[in-house]
Design a protein around this ligand. Structure first.
Ligand SMILES: [Zn+2]
Length: 144
């Protein structure tokens, strides 16, 4: 699978919702950053819509429920996520967790992303990105 840098830049632009413009549907990206992000977190914990919306917002993706839920459903339909309903404070909450098939798919997507990043980023860009991740994680640990 080939991912063009143009698609990468567009999908990952801050404030972008990761949705390909409708007028360009014949050139659909083969990589959905939001979907990837959902699967990544669903591989670590059970998650629900609002949690995911807040998590995505921290990364600069402004999505609402009507943009998020179709992705949950798509991933569920493909067998990558399973849903478990639970009543929390008298309200039904839908939790999503990755399936074994989803893990296989996520691993493959990670491999593709790693290949692209290792080509697209210089060693300096890569180490700056890792530095700022370390700082974010440190700051988060201190605030917990
Ligand atoms: Zn995240």
């Amino acid at each position: 699978m080939k991912i063009s840098l143009e698609v990468l830049a567009w999908c990952s632009a801050p404030g972008g919702d990761g949705v390909w413009p409708l007028g360009m549907s014949s050139h659909k990206p083969q990589f959905d950053f939001v979907e990837f992000h959902i699967l990544h977190h669903a591989s670590e914990r059970s998650l629900y819509g609002l949690w995911m919306i807040e998590e995505l917002a921290q990364h600069g993706y402004k999505l609402n429920a009507s943009q998020l839920y179709p992705r949950f459903h798509r991933l569920q339909k493909r067998g990558y996520l399973k849903r478990r309903d639970q009543v929390v404070d008298g309200k039904l909450r839908k939790y999503y967790r990755i399936t074994p098939e989803g893990r296989v798919y996520l691993r493959e997507q990670k491999r593709r992303l790693t290949e692209l990043i290792s080509e697209a980023l210089s060693v300096n860009e890569l180490s700056r990105a890792l530095d700022s991740r370390r700082k974010r994680e440190e700051a988060k640990r201190r605030s917990d």
